[in-house]
Design a protein around this ligand. Sequence first.
Ligand code: GYE
Length: 324
Amino acid sequence: MKRRAPFSAILFILLTVSACDRVRNVTSVQDPIVLGYSQLGDESSWRTQNSFSIKAAAKRTGIKIMFEDAMQDPANQIKALRSFIAYKVDIIAFSPLVETGWDTVLGEAKAAGIPVMIVDRMIDTDDESLYATALCSDFDLEGRKAGEFLIRKFKDRAAPVNIVELAGTAYSTPAIGRSEGFRKVLEQYPKFKVVYSEDGDFMQSKGREIMRQVLKRFNPKDINVLYSHNDDMTFGAIEVMSEAGLVPGKDIAIVSVDATQRSIDYLKAGTINCVIECNPNSGQQVMELAKRIVAGEKVEKRLYVQETTFDEFGDLDSIPARGY
Ligand code: GYE
């Protein structure tokens, strides 16, 4: 672990007595690793579980975590990263809201000798030396899985399959991957048409809002599929469909991403037809990687979280409780 600037003896006593948080960073062989974590927000059930998983794993593994919630604002994330640098944490981890805009602050971390882990979403940079490792889901694969489900579901249909897409936060890795992967698979089948796509920021309230607009704009009979980039937006859209007298999962097929317990319950009830898992429980892996990186080990540059798909063609009774 890196040595921090020594405190004077008096300051040390004062800070110890005041039980100030920072005191735990006074150098000794047993000092815990200090991890600065910048979380992008709390926009969804997935995110709430992700934050829980990270904090719980830090506690379990004896890592001292400084956790900052950026409330969906990249400027707050940059501020948090700078405060971690000023504090001289041992390692920084962060889930970037969007892909671009990080080079300067990560350059500052690098200059300060603080390693950086990227978690959940990816950054777009030409300089790979700015981070030690990135642990993310394969969002392009998630998008492709969503497309593959539709190919199977509509294999006997010759008529057009009109799709409404509720996309995640613009310029974020999951929204990009889930859109691109989906289109990559479906473009070989001209009957599939994305007739409407809008950014719902991964939020239930926006899912509701956008679905309302969609039902004003289109005759519901002309919509065959709702592809939603996360469960929370799906829940909002389901509410609106039901209020409009539609039967979600029957009148409009639904593909959702995340696999929260509620979406699995909907899948079992036939309200959702396919759920692509996106696993938020990365906490333990993050802490293990943090320990290895702080110990000076070289770790793999790119790591992917293992994920599966649940759909109406599978054995729904065997799905284990999700825990989120
Ligand atoms: O799917 C969504 C959340 O970045 C994988 O962000 C994450 C996504 C997740 O708000 O629910």
